[in-house]
Design a protein around this ligand. Structure first.
Ligand code: PLP
Length: 459
């Protein structure tokens, strides 16, 4: 009989940062002051911060040591060459342009590849990616499988592309109107769901036939690779590093937000294999980010990033990272809390429509739920529902998305299993008193990306 061995963190803690539990009266007061929007809370008033996993991860002692090795030369910093070698080694891409974060890379890529009237198919949209495509004159087209929009579907690869949808678009607009297909690993807006290697290979085959590029939004590629290792036939004996390399090698280039997988607080890059594209990107980066050997990063940032990439593809690391998220999801499932299934890789997504079925979508159930969780315990979550979806540009009406979610996003290497227990207890507690919760009305609405600064009042 196999001996039971739980997963545990492959590190020990050397330095701690205190967090404080506030009183309910204090939370009530600051929440009202913040217009019931968790983005407007001060971090000091938060006990466990699950707003995002972006730039919030803990660096290792190796990464901190790397900061001291920063070569801050304006041109040709040795840290750039270390970063370049690391990206070539683990991600396969030949040419690298550093940027200040992911959207800096998206900006440059969109400007050099997209012409007015082009179409950009993708496995679901991401806010900044889509906006940069639109600013360059393109139109995003969602070609993700239908299962991605269904929180109950147990399909293991909800990040897959529906090849029929992609083929139909190519037939309709013509391959010359599609500069590239954007493939995200994993799909953030679908709840941290992976794409399978088999599906990516099919996308590669179809796009190659039509001379269309694949651009990889590789923000969480190691998490995606882990899910392939766990769930796709033929990958059980491959390391996460090998699978990451194989994914990247199937694509023509990538944009990276290093604030996620690669565990730095700021940074990103654009990577391509085509020397002409590289030339164009290198010309543009000096206008918007900085010289081509630092982009928007200091030498020390590039060093910490190179080390972070190496750590991010280690099996022991990624197993514990995704294992912690899964642990939280399973605790919630035990008490009947409705969540998106299967559990994603970077967070647990609460299904607010099922959690608060008596609150109609125009009374902002996910926004309300995020506020109630904060009130209960000081745990900060984020709305991903009607507020995040904004309004229809033509009719001026709210967009009502199928998925009305609250995201509990877990930073990497920051919180312990005991924190996960507290989060689960708090969400379950709110679930038990759900019938007494009423919706909200919006009293201030900014024009762009309203979820960041909108204000609400309790009904
Ligand atoms: C965060 C993110 C981006 C944008 O990166 P930033 O570093 O925040 O600019 C792009 N795509 C996905 C999937 C992301 O999660």
């Amino acid at each position: 009989m196999a001996i039971k061995r739980s997963w545990a963190e492959p590190y020990k803690i050397k330095m701690v940062e205190p967090v404080y539990i506030t009183t309910e009266a204090h939370r009530e007061k600051v929440l009202a002051e913040a217009g019931y929007n968790t983005f407007l809370l001060r971090s000091e008033d938060v006990y466990i911060d699950l707003l995002t996993d972006s730039g919030t991860s803990a660096m290792s002692d190796r990464q901190w040591a790397g900061l001291m090795m920063g070569d801050e030369a304006y041109a040709g910093s040795r840290n750039f060459y270390h970063l370049e070698e690391t990206i070539q080694k683990y991600y396969s891409y030949k040419y690298i342009v550093p940027t200040h974060q992911g959207r800096g890379a998206e900006h440059i890529l969109s400007q050099i590849l997209i012409s007015k009237g082009d179409y950009l198919p993708g496995n679901m949209y991401f806010t900044t990616t889509k906006l940069h495509q639109e600013l360059a004159g393109g139109t995003f087209v969602d070609v993700i499988v239908d299962e991605a929009h269904d929180s109950e579907s147990l399909f293991k690869f909800k990040g897959n592309v529906d090849l029929n949808k992609l083929e139909a678009l190519i037939d309709k607009v013509g391959a010359n109107k599609i500069p590239y297909v954007c493939i995200a690993t994993t799909v953030n807006m679908a709840g941290g769901q992976p794409i399978s290697m088999a599906n990516l290979k099919q996308v590669r085959e179809l796009t190659s036939k039509h001379g269309i590029k694949i651009i990889h939004d590789m923000t969480r590629v190691a998490e995606n690779a882990f899910m392939i290792q766990q769930n796709e036939a033929g990958y059980q004996d491959k390391s996460v590093a090998e699978i990451v390399y194989e994914i990247c090698a199937l694509t023509d280039g990538a944009t990276m937000s290093a604030k996620k997988d690669a565990m730095v607080n700021i940074g990103g890059f654009l990577a391509v294999n085509d020397p002409d594209l590289f030339d164009k990107a290198r010309n543009m980066v000096v206008v918007y980010e900085g010289l081509h050997t630092y982009g928007g990063m200091a030498g020390r940032d590039m060093e910490a990033l190179a080390i972070g990439i190496t750590e991010s593809v280690q099996d022991a690391h990624i197993r514990a990272r995704v294992g912690q998220v899964k642990y939280l999801g399973e605790q919630l499932l035990k008490t009947g809390v409705p969540i998106v299934k299967p559990i994603g890789t970077h967070g647990v997504f609460l299904d607010a429509k099922k959690f608060l079925p008596h609150i109609s979508q125009d009374k902002f159930p996910a926004q309300t739920l995020a506020a109630e969780i904060y009130l209960d315990s000081g745990v900060r979550a984020m709305e991903r529902g009607v507020v995040s979806s904004g309004r229809n540009a033509e009719t001026g009406q709210h967009n009502f998305p199928k998925l009305e979610l609250v995201r509990l996003t877990i930073p990497r290497r920051v919180y312990t299993q005991a924190h996960m227990d507290v989060i689960a207890e708090s969400v379950s507690n709110v679930y038990e008193r759900r019938d007494s919760i009423k919706g909200m009305k919006m009293i201030y609405e900014p024009e762009y990306l309203r979820f960041f600064q909108a204000r609400f009042e309790k009904l």
